[in-house]
Design a protein around this ligand. Structure first.
Ligand code: ZN
Length: 354
């Protein structure tokens, strides 16, 4: 399996490969005890996001919400109706992270009566990312310029990101939960677990009674989620992500409900594949550095085909996350100039056997 991963198209953009089986499905498919999957369309390279409808003795809960487009709202209504549920019947909505395909429709569901719940620091970051003045998006524009992104590509990146805000409802007020806190799923109890990496404060839900993991974008079946370094990120998102993957192996998960791709059972095995994928990506990053190249040049070696402004962003942020991981372990060094240039200090990838 590791060798298969080595041959895989590199990328945050392997996400395309996951487009998948559930595309177009708007019925609610039973995927775990009392849990139904509703697949919602996305107008992106990644075509579908899964939301999960949880039936409890004391009401209905939804996990994640989809990007707010007319098509997705229609698909959500259809999927709920297939179970005899209306939007106003949803008691609670848990949002795993701030990305628009997860948070997008939360405000609409709140407006018809659902309580929205998020990991506390992820809500704080959501307020920053989706702020009307776009200050974090502008900070990223400046940061990408320092890392060698051409101005026209950078401008396109900024515009495409700002355009995503159209699919995100005003989402306040939101009730917050801490890492390790309980989330009531209509009489069923799940634990919110901080799983940083894909975003700084992404959280999964684990229902111990059924050993079910509502994985958000943390553990995906055939694609790897994008892990990026941004000017406002935690210091080492890839280090965070790998540690948070290891944590999943300790929970005794028997069923994984991912936000993209089909539900699956072998959490442990899939985590090991993703860990191996990033070990390979670190080797490839090191090999691509050359003498004093900037991160954008390294990125274009790792990701030669980028087909949209969103892909440009994911690819450069992912490259920077791998460079930062290596930097923090003493393997590479960044110059202080403009653009920032990277050099290898020692050829070994930390944690890899000789
Ligand atoms: Zn995401």
């Amino acid at each position: 399996m590791i060798s298969a991963l080595r041959g895989q198209c590199p990328g945050p953009l392997d996400e395309r490969a996951g487009v998948a089986d559930s595309s177009g499905v708007t019925t609610a498919e039973h995927v775990a005890p009392g849990v139904r999957l509703i697949a919602l369309p996305l107008p992106l390279a990644l075509k579908v996001v899964n939301v999960y409808l949880v039936e409890g003795d004391r009401g209905w809960t939804l996990v994640d919400t989809g990007l707010h487009t007319p098509e997705a709202e229609r698909a959500l209504r259809t999927g709920l109706a297939a179970t005899g549920v209306g939007m106003a019947d949803l008691q609670r909505v848990f949002v795993t992270h701030l990305h628009p395909d997860h948070l997008g429709m939360a405000g609409t569901l709140r407006a018809v009566g659902a309580e929205i719940v998020m990991h506390r620091p992820e809500l704080a970051m959501a307020r920053g990312i989706w702020a009307a003045d776009h200050h974090l998006i502008d900070a990223t524009y400046t940061w990408f310029e320092r890392h060698g992104m051409p101005p026209d590509v950078d401008l396109g990146m900024r515009a495409a990101w700002i355009a995503m805000a159209d699919g995100v409802d005003p989402f306040e007020p939101v009730r917050t939960v801490e890492d390790g806190g309980a989330v009531d799923l209509g009489g069923r109890t799940a634990t919110a677990i901080w799983t940083p990496g894909h975003t700084d404060h992404h959280a999964v839900l684990f229902e111990a009674a059924t050993a079910t993991l509502f994985a958000g974008d943390h553990v995906l079946p055939r694609i790897t989620s994008n892990v990026g370094l941004y000017p406002y990120s935690r210091d080492d998102p890839l280090g965070d992500f790998l540690a948070a993957l290891e944590k999943m192996k300790t929970l005794g998960v028997k069923r994984v409900l991912p936000a993209h791709g089909d539900p699956f059972d072998d959490c442990h095995g899939r985590v090991d594949e993703i860990l191996a994928h990033h070990a390979t990506r670190l080797e490839d990053t090191l090999a691509a550095i050359g003498p004093g190249r900037d991160a954008y040049a390294i990125c274009r070696t790792l990701f030669p085909r980028l087909r949209s402004a969103h892909e440009e962003r994911f690819a450069l942020a992912e490259t920077l996350a791998h460079l930062r991981y290596l930097e923090r372990r003493g393997t590479v060094r960044a110059s202080s100039g403009r653009p920032v240039r990277w050099n290898v200090i020692s050829g070994a990838v930390p944690g890899e056997p000789d």
